[in-house]
Ligand binder design. Structure first.
Ligand SMILES: CC(C)=CCC/C(C)=C/CC/C(C)=C/CC/C(C)=C/COP(=O)(O)OP(=O)(O)O
Ligand SMILES: O=P(O)(O)OC[C@@H](O)CO
Ligand SMILES: [Mg+2]
Length: 246
């Protein structure tokens, strides 16, 4: 485990940064990855997040290795389980699923991978991972056998973020789930940013520049986009135009 804070400092340095989520289960050939990298570099996206709820170790390693040869955009692991770790990335989001009450995702996965994570030569960033109901059942909720926090219960969401931060997590990651109908509410983000001096990452159901803009205005440090870019690679061109206007 590296003791520098390069990626964390980068997360903290700005609001409205963009991460493209690559699910190695869906995107794992050199041609696909290379197209994605070209457009992402043009759009000046800030990070690649790599991970998925149902990825094999082989696809995960392969995707990271290919990415590493193609780009210098930072690679951040967003692990669906304890096997999704690699020395070739730049950082690991060390997730604890705090919205749920399943011990396997609070501590079980961590114990299983403790020795391996300790030996890793990359930055490890403790992250309070909080699922918010996005209007449909998400794969993450299903796989983790947990229930997300109701969308309108800002108090529980805020208190979960505060508790996560008091426990030493350096990042709060609110996720409405991949393919969510509704993204996380900006009011919640504004409340959390008001209460805590913490890096906030938001993902799930972000499909438009308006949503990106709202979430950044609420103070989100990093906005994660998966499905929309998988479905329409040219959304990266819109992100390019949006960023040029800033
Ligand atoms: C201790 C280590 C190394 C890891 C912790 C593992 C934990 C606690 C994970 C939290 C629960 C979890 C299953 C998170 C998954 C996050 C993720 C990579 C989501 C990406 O989206 P998918 O859910 O794969 O989307 P699709 O439905 O598009 O496949
Ligand atoms: O695929 P989308 O809906 O963009 O979700 C991204 C991610 O945060 C899910 O874990
Ligand atoms: Mg997946």
């Amino acid at each position: 485990m590296k003791l520098n804070n390069n990626i964390y400092n980068r997360f903290q340095s700005k609001i409205g940064q963009i991460a493209v989520l690559i699910d190695p289960e869906k995107t794992n050939t050199r041609t696909e990855i290379s197209n994605l990298v070209k457009k992402s570099e043009f759009a000046k996206i800030d990070y690649f997040f790599v991970g998925g709820s149902t990825v094999t170790r082989k696809d995960f390693r392969k995707t990271i290795a290919i990415l590493k040869t193609l780009t210098s955009i930072p690679l951040v692991i967003f692990p669906g389980d304890h096997q999704q770790i690699s020395d070739e990335a730049d950082a690991l989001l060390y997730l604890s699923l705090l919205s749920g009450r399943n011990p396997e995702y609070l501590i079980g996965q961590h114990v299983k991978s403790a020795q391996e994570v300790l030996q890793l030569n990359i930055e490890v960033i403790p992250t309070a991972y909080i699922l918010i109901d996005g209007g449909n059942q998400s794969t993450v909720a299903y796989v983790s056998q947990t229930r997300p926090i109701p969308r309108d219960n800002t108090t529980i969401a805020l208190n979960t973020a505060i508790a996560g931060s008091l426990q030493g997590n350096k990042i709060v990651y609110f996720d409405a789930g991949s393919g969510a109908k509704k993204e996380v509410d900006s009011t919640l983000i504004a409340n959390v940013k008001n209460a805590l001096n913490s890096v906030v990452i938001v993902g799930g159901g972000v499909r438009s520049l308006e949503q990106i803009d709202q979430l950044s205005q609420a103070g989100t440090n990093v906005i994660v986009i998966g499905n929309k870019i998988e479905e329409e690679l040219d959304f990266l061109l819109d992100i390019h135009s949006y960023k040029s206007l800033k």
